[in-house]
Write a protein that binds this ligand. Structure first.
Ligand code: PYC
Length: 310
């Protein structure tokens, strides 16, 4: 399996270029369902130790049947598929540029949740015009062990997010362990209390939001991802969800830049335009760098060929 690794504002992406599972032709949403149903071992074996680690996000390149898309892509983490992924889209664009497959300019990628437009500015900087994002519910209260009632918004940014300002520790890098633990408690409480996104969509990201450290930024976040790792980047889909909430509260105007800072101090800039269905269409701009080019080897004699499972 040929791969290229990159990081976008600190968050890793592993693009699988070739040698991935055989999938029957179809829309990318269908390919993603097939991947999950028929190749459950693909996720851990390509991303987890000993070949990777739990914060890695994969981007499996697949053919798109849409003539105007240069590729289809299924984003995934060690435990399953993602709908969209902001940082991995920017990482994939920079990876395709590294390979000489795309040039600066506009390109379209088909993802399981819709087509996104990517503008490659140069070898490292790109923008992605995300799928329509919206707030589903405001001020939802969830009862969380150790924390009590935690109030937050449920919003879609290409994945489902629970966004809250309620966090007992500051959004500081040296609080990663506590932030992770509290976010996991909230995630578990959402599950046990049956709190979901629209049409039962599983809320698989928890986002703590707060004040930025850097004078150029307007917000800071900590995002817990579905596999239990935290996002090193400011989370493209999470910040899309945040922008959708601010737009719904009239706190951010169309075209007004929002600079979002991550827990490691990296930054994205977002602007939004009104969406056709009452939500917003955010455009996320950030920077990615290629870190490794290689081939994953799967030796049947290796006791950890499928990745290390806790
Ligand atoms: O950038 O959208 C994102 C993302 C989702 C999970 C990790 N990164």
């Amino acid at each position: 399996m040929q791969f290229i690794d990159s990081h976008t504002e600190g968050e890793p992406t592993r693009v699988i270029l070739s040698g991935g599972p055989d999938l029957k032709p179809g829309p990318v949403s269908q390919l993603a369902r097939q991947l999950l149903a028929e190749h459950p071992g693909f996720y851990r074996s390509t991303l987890m130790e000993p070949r990777g680690h739990d914060a890695m996000v994969g981007a499996l390149l697949v053919p798109s049947q849409q003539d105007d898309c240069c590729t289809g892509v299924i984003y995934y983490n060690p435990v399953g598929n993602l709908g969209m992924c902001g940082h991995a889209t920017l990482g994939t664009a920079v990876t395709l540029a590294h390979l000489g497959r795309i040039q600066p300019g506009c390109h379209r990628f088909e993802t399981p949740v819709g087509v996104v437009e990517v503008e490659l500015h140069d070898a490292h900087r790109a923008s992605v015009r995300n799928v329509e994002s919206f707030r589903y519910r405001k001020d939802v209260s969830v009862e969380v062990p150790e924390l009590g009632p935690v109030v937050g918004d449920i919003a879609w940014g290409g994945n489902w997010f629970f966004l809250t300002k309620t966090c007992p520790v500051p959004l500081h890098f040296d609080q990663i362990e506590s932030l992770t633990r509290y976010a996991r408690l909230i995630m578990a409480a959402l599950r046990t209390q049956g709190i979901t996104g629209e049409e039962g969509g599983v809320i698989d990201h928890v986002e703590f939001i707060g004040a930025p450290h850097h004078p150029d930024a307007r917000g800071r976040n900590f995002v817990l991802c579905p596999g239990g790792a935290y996002d090193r980047s400011p989370c493209g889909t999470g910040t899309s969800a945040k922008v959708a909430c601010m737009a719904a509260d009239d706190e951010l105007a169309p075209g007004e830049p929002w600079v979002q800072e991550s827990i490691i101090d990296s930054r994205y800039t977002l602007v939004y335009e009104p969406g056709p269905n009452g939500g917003v269409i955010p455009t996320v701009t950030g920077t990615a760098y290629v870190t490794a080019v290689g081939e994953l080897v799967f030796d049947a004699a290796d006791p950890y060929v499928g990745g290390i499972t806790p």
